[in-house]
Each structure stands twice: as C-alpha cells, then as structure tokens.
Design a protein around this ligand. Structure first.
Ligand code: ATP
Ligand code: MG
Length: 300
C-alpha cells in the first residue's frame, strides 16, 4: 500500500482537488483508495460525501479516541474510493491533544490497527491524506502516517515562498518520527500555458526540484473548480474535460513513474530567474528514495 500525504502550508494550491480527483482516477483504474481528510475545513469531505451525516463520526473522534476509523470511513459515489471524514470539530483537536503522549502518531496507530484487521481482499492500494494549510499537529499526524509526501505547487508568482520551511519540517519528521518518509513528487498545479508566468515558474520549479517534479502538470480548468459544489469528482461532472485528462495522466504517472510521457505538457522556455527560498537542502531527498510505482500490492 502506498501512503501519500498531500501537503503545502500555502492555502489554495490544489491539495484537496488533487486528493479527490487523483483518488477517483486511481479508483477508476481499479485501485482501492482511502482518502483521509485531515483538514478542519473539511473541503474533501464536502466534495466526496455530499450527503454527509453532520452527526457522523470523523477523524476528530478517531484522534480523540471516541471512534474507530471503521466508524468514520464512508464509501463515496465512486466505487473503490472511500473517505475518512473530517469536520470543523477537528479545529479543536490540536489544542485538545497538546498534552497527549505520542500525539504526532495517533492517526497512524489507529489506521494501522484498522488496516491490519481488514480482510485481505478489501485492503487499500492507496492512502491519500489531505493536509490543512498549516504545519501543525494535524499535518504532523499525516506526515507520520504517510511514507511519501507530495507537494502541489501553484505555477504562479510566490509559488516557492515558504518551501524551505516545508522541506525543513519534512526533514525533521523523517529524522525524529518517521524515517521512511520521502518526497514522492512535486505536482505543478493550476497552470495556464497562455501566460509566460506559468512557463517561467514551472521552469523554476523544475530547476529547483529536478526529477521530483511530475511530468503531468494540472492545468487551470473551471470544471475542476465547479465539480465540488455538485459533490462530484471531475469524472462524474465532466469526464471529457481537461481537468479529467490531467488527473488521469497524473494517476498513470504515479502508478508508473519514469515510464510516462505526458502529451499535455508543453516544453517550457529557459528562465534566468532565481528561485525565492532557494536555500533549502533538497539533496536531503535522494533519488533512490523514490518508491516504485507498482501501487497494486495490498498492505503487507
Ligand atoms: P486549502 O489550503 O485551503 O486546503 P487546497 O490547497 O486544498 O486549499 P483546493 O481547495 O484544492 O486547494 O483549491 C483551491 C481552489 O481552487 C478551489 O476552489 C478549487 O476548486 C480551485 N482549483 C483547484 N485546482 C484547480 C484547477 N486546476 N483549475 C481551476 N480551479 C482549481
Ligand atoms: Mg484543502
């Protein structure tokens, strides 16, 4: 099972959109996916569980020991895609848990117990964790549960701002809490190839992160922005849209990194601009740390 946290403390970069639609794309490719909403904004929950029971247990009850993951996980309208729900209650969890022992690993322990008890044929191939736009305790719980972190980056000005802080937190988590954690991918999002800015920022991102950047670039697509308000994934809302194509491409690339050449990504011109925040030590994430993309073996 691959466990991937989608993280960027910058808000509105496409984390939730990626978890919802990548999760749906992987499920369409016959993978069993559990999407975990670790954000008190609960946008992923609203997106995937439109008919949600407002009283139902959520990840908040799981973190505070009042419910098991099995009670807080619901199927979604996409077969094979399940959701561990969130709610606004989660905003209190960081304070409530502040003096709990092992507070950074509560989610991992609860989920591992649950996953171990699942019948083999129901086990997930992918765990996708949608983080809040902060580097607090909830994000730490996601980073200790995951073995890969993927960072969506908006291909817009200031895209790289705050990146060194994020990489530092990932390094610290790896050192102190989760030695298996690697940076799986940087995912350029909300690209508009009609503008030079998108091409320039994409070039900066590629210069900085090199091979870690996915070949698939998620382009700006109004259908992706509309789908959540209908409680639909992009494949249910507009399956022939650009957004749907991009998330299918991303799913294929994540299943087989290295083998994939995206037809939808134009070459970017060279840019002389320097990268803000370029002091971060991205060499700390060696290439051999990349996970193999099989993604189909059940939890061992
Ligand atoms: P937060 O940090 O607040 O959790 P986020 O990183 O999860 O935000 P999203 O909620 O996925 O970001 O996206 C922010 C907004 O941009 C949403 O309204 C979403 O519908 C829209 N959006 C995301 N990706 C795209 C895209 N490729 N094209 C157009 N709109 C998009
Ligand atoms: Mg979000």
């Amino acid at each position: 099972m691959r466990r991937i946290a989608f993280m960027n403390q910058k808000g509105g970069v496409g984390k939730t959109t990626t978890v919802a639609n990548l999760g749906a794309a992987l499920a369409l490719m016959k993978r069993r996916v559990l999407a975990v909403d670790v954000d008190p904004q609960a946008n992923l929950t609203t997106h995937l569980d439109h008919q949600m029971d407002p009283e139902g247990p959520t990840v908040y009850e799981v973190l505070t020991g009042r419910a098991t993951p099995a009670e807080a996980i619901v199927p979604t309208s996409t077969p094979g895609l399940h959701l561990l729900r969130s709610s606004i209650d989660l905003s209190g969890a960081e304070i409530e848990l502040v003096s709990s022992f092992g507070r950074e690993t509560i989610l991992r322990e609860a989920l591992e117990r649950h996953l171990r008890e699942m019948p083999a044929e129901e086990r997930y191939h992918f765990l996708l964790l949608d983080c809040p736009p902060s580097l607090g305790l909830l994000s730490l719980n996601a980073l200790t549960t995951a073995t890969e972190v993927m960072i969506p980056i908006q291909t817009q000005f200031f895209a790289m701002r705050g990146m060194s802080k994020l990489l530092e937190v990932i390094r610290l988590v790896r050192k102190r809490l989760n030695p298996r954690l690697v940076i799986g991918a940087i995912i350029p999002s909300m690209a508009d190839f009609r503008t030079n800015l998108t091409r320039e920022v994409l070039e900066e991102i590629r210069q900085y992160f090199g091979e870690k950047v996915t070949r698939t670039v998620i382009r700006t697509n109004v259908r992706l922005a509309e789908a959540p308000s209908h409680g639909k994934t992009i494949f249910q809302y507009e399956r022939y849209s650009r957004g749907a194509r991009d998330f299918l491409d991303l799913a294929r690339e994540i299943l087989s990194p290295g083998e994939f050449a995206s037809p939808s990504v134009p070459e970017s011109p060279k840019s002389e601009r320097t990268v803000p925040g370029g002091d971060a030590d991205h060499d700390a994430v060696p290439d051999e740390d990349r996970q193999d993309g099989g993604g189909v073996s059940p939890l061992s």
